[in-house]
Design a protein around this ligand. Structure first.
Ligand code: NDP
Length: 329
């Protein structure tokens, strides 16, 4: 028997989440069984712990889009008992049972060997949010961003993606400007490496101006909505914006074609879920090399399985700071 956070749906369509005991036979069929050590909380987890957001197909469901742990059993030659592994994405925790349990059974293709230099707890302090930040940094670099080009903007900065993005960019030598709607998080963001705090309200008004003053050498945007519409008009000539999330809305409000055709601005889409293995490995190796572990530790809020219903609701309201690390044991 092992513990898991199980979400069930009643006849009225309402979901309920609680810690329950499951047996190994309850797990779905797949090649690798993992003794989970840590998981985390992302925005999507908030949806899957709660009403589902159209992501969960079948109930009862075990959410948790990320986990790290030790292989217990494997019918795939790539993994052996005792191997340390990390999993993010592939719709685990949404369409498949996920990491909010002491055991998980998944396809070998979905796993990544834990990179040298990170333990399972640190891997979950990174999680999907941190992996996505690294993928964003890599995309900006691939499009020419280098230290010295000017300030790089991070939106939704006190959230999970934003916190890791601020720490990564600063440690790589970039000047970082952090947008937050929580001014009280200014000292936290400065500790992570931001040299400038931008109030959310400065970027939430929709304007019809074709362009604004050139300010940012690049941007990692977790917010979209009116903010992305404004930021695109402020990016310097030839600069790029990595579009990661939609915490502020699913549209790009007030966006015009002018930044693209008059300044050669690039809008780069970032997806962490279906990212091919080779690029995942590259991203995890760069995280282990480039993300300062003391900064990572400063983002961590510890939690257990029974804290998850509350944390799921909090993250949907934008009230979680940094990264939650869930000790499932
Ligand atoms: P968090 O909730 O931790 O962070 C989101 C942050 O956005 C908040 O902390 C807040 O930052 C800001 N924010 C929230 N609501 C608003 C609003 N209405 N207007 C402006 N800013 C707002 O979530 P994550 O960091 O885990 O995820 C961020 C986004 O990225 C989500 O939309 C998520 O779905 C997406 N995502 C996408 C991935 C991909 O593969 N493309 C992978 C992971 C996440 P502050 O308080 O500092 O203003």
């Amino acid at each position: 028997m092992f513990n898991a956070l199980v979400v069930d749906k009643d006849e009225d369509g309402k979901t309920h989440a609680g810690v329950r005991q499951l047996e190994l036979e309850d797990l779905p069929g797949a090649e690798v069984t993992v003794a989970v050590e840590y998981s985390t909380v992302n925005y999507k987890d908030g949806l899957c712990i709660g009403p589902g957001g159209g992501l969960v197909r079948h109930y009862p469901h075990v959410p948790g889009i990320d986990f790290a742990g030790t292989v217990e059993d494997s019918s795939d030659a790539r993994y052996r008992p005792g191997d340390k592994v990390v999993l993010t994405g592939w719709r685990v925790g949404e369409a498949h049972w996920g990491g909010y349990a002491q055991k998980a059974r998944v396809r070998a293709d979905w796993l990544v060997p834990l990179p040298e230099g990170l333990d399972t707890r640190q891997a979950m302090a990174v999680g999907t949010a941190g992996l996505t930040s690294m993928l964003s940094v890599m995309a900006l670099e691939d499009h020419g961003l280098a230290p010295g080009h000017g300030p790089v903007l991070v939106t939704g900065a006190a959230g999970g993606v934003g916190s890791v993005a601020v720490a990564l960019l600063a440690s790589l030598g970039h000047e970082v400007a952090a947008v937050t709607g929580r001014p009280e998080q200014g000292p936290y963001l400065r500790d992570l490496g931001a040299s400038r705090i931008v109030a959310r309200e400065e970027l939430t008004e929709v304007t019809r101006k074709p362009l604004e003053s050139e300010m940012w050498a690049g941007c990692i945007d977790a917010v979209a909505g009116a903010m992305l519409g404004r930021v695109l008009k402020q990016v310097k000539y030839g600069g790029s914006v990595a579009a990661v999330g939609l915490a502020g809305g699913a549209a790009i409000e007030g966006a015009l074609i002018t930044p693209f055709i008059l300044r050669g601005v690039n809008l780069l889409g970032i997806d962490s879920v279906m990212q091919p293995f080779a690029n995942r490995l590259r991203a995890w190796e760069r995280i282990a090399r480039d993300l300062p572990l003391d900064k990572l530790e400063a983002m961590v809020q510890p939690a257990t399985l029974s804290d998850l219903p509350q944390l799921g609701a909090d993250i949907l309201k934008g009230q979680v700071k940094g990264r939650v690390v869930v000790d499932v044991n």
